[in-house]
Write a protein that binds this ligand. Structure first.
Ligand code: CUA
Length: 315
């Protein structure tokens, strides 16, 4: 199969390929069968003389039942199989390493939890699951690595996630798969899958043999978030040690399910924290006054991402 589709280089590739192959085989089988029957019947039942009358046929219950039941079973198989694979694609394992991805006209920026940054080159470790938390600074882009069989649109104004476990050491193409302006076709990057040893060397900041350029380590996102938390006055209302001040504490906040004032509940993930900073009254936690001002125009997307990373560390 590898001769007519890209190489498989992630844990998700096999299930995507198997379903695609199954759907293709079923489609080809029925295309050939129906075409053959069409041609065969055209010949067998053609008009044989000028005055031949067409037979009067109303229906055939047996045939109609068969051509209803068989496609129904096939579609249910495709649905169930696709659902199982889709669930896997949507649910990153808890131990996944997180990388922040920023897409903009027309480049890719990657920020690792250590504070390392890289441009148009994503560094990941072989056999270690990676969860990407992606945002766009302008228009809709799409993160696409054909060899991993993963693709996700990135919309401005929220975070989108994607995950995979790279299974092969090597360099793979990362494409933008959504038309995003005149530089769209040049919005190319590489995914470097490193062996555990090479990855450790890269994390320490050593040059790799091929001289891959790596930006210097600055403060990690969580460290920047910590600075912002005290500089921007968050601390006045949100404690970090579990104490109740005016708003909910940031301790153990990430991953928690909060009960809202309107009776519904919400999972505190990256998107909920971001929304609560920019639009504090959109989803109010039950029992707190609606006093927080919007930080739109005050905190940049970068600063919000840093705060989210900081909140995640408060366990
Ligand atoms: Cu970004 Cu196309």
């Amino acid at each position: 199969m590898s001769t007519w589709i890209p190489e498989s280089a992630s844990n998700l590739a096999a299930s995507v390929d198997n379903i695609t192959l199954f759907v293709t085989i079923v489609s080809v089988f029925f295309f050939v069968l129906i075409s053959a029957v069409l041609v065969g019947f055209s010949i067998k039942y053609r008009r044989k003389s000028e005055d031949q009358e067409t037979a009067y046929i109303t229906h055939n219950s047996v045939i109609e039942t068969i051509w209803t039941i068989i496609p129904t079973i096939l579609l249910m198989v495709i649905f169930a199989w696709g659902w199982i694979a889709f669930k896997e694609l949507r649910n990153p394992p808890a131990e996944a390493i997180e990388v922040n991805v920023i897409a903009k006209q027309w480049l890719w920026e990657f920020e690792y939890f250590t504070g390392k940054k890289s441009l148009n080159e994503l560094f990941v470790q072989q056999n270690k699951p990676v969860r990407l938390i992606m945002r766009s600074d302008d228009v809709i882009h799409s993160f696409f690595v054909p060899q991993f069989r993963v693709k996700q649109d990135i919309l401005p104004g929220s975070y989108q996630q994607l995950w995979f476990t790279p299974t092969k050491v090597g360099t793979f193409d990362l494409l933008c798969a959504e038309y995003c302006g005149s530089g769209h076709s040049q919005m190319l990057a590489k995914v470097n899958v490193l062996s555990p040893e090479a990855f450790t060397r890269w994390e320490k900041g050593d040059e790799l043999e091929d001289g891959a350029s790596v930006a210097a380590i600055s403060l990690s996102p969580a460290e920047r978030g910590k600075e912002l938390h005290s500089q921007r006055g968050c601390l006045a209302c949100h404690s970090i040690d579990g104490k109740e001040v005016i708003g909910p504490t940031f301790k153990n906040l990430y991953g928690k399910t909060e009960k809202l004032a309107d009776g519904s509940s919400v999972l505190v993930d990256e998107n909920y924290i971001r929304e609560s900073i920019y639009e504090p009254q959109a989803k109010m936690v039950e029992g707190y006054p609606p006093t927080m001002p919007s930080f739109k125009g005050i905190l940049s997307e970068d600063e919000v991402t840093a705060l989210v990373e900081y909140i995640k560390t408060l366990k």
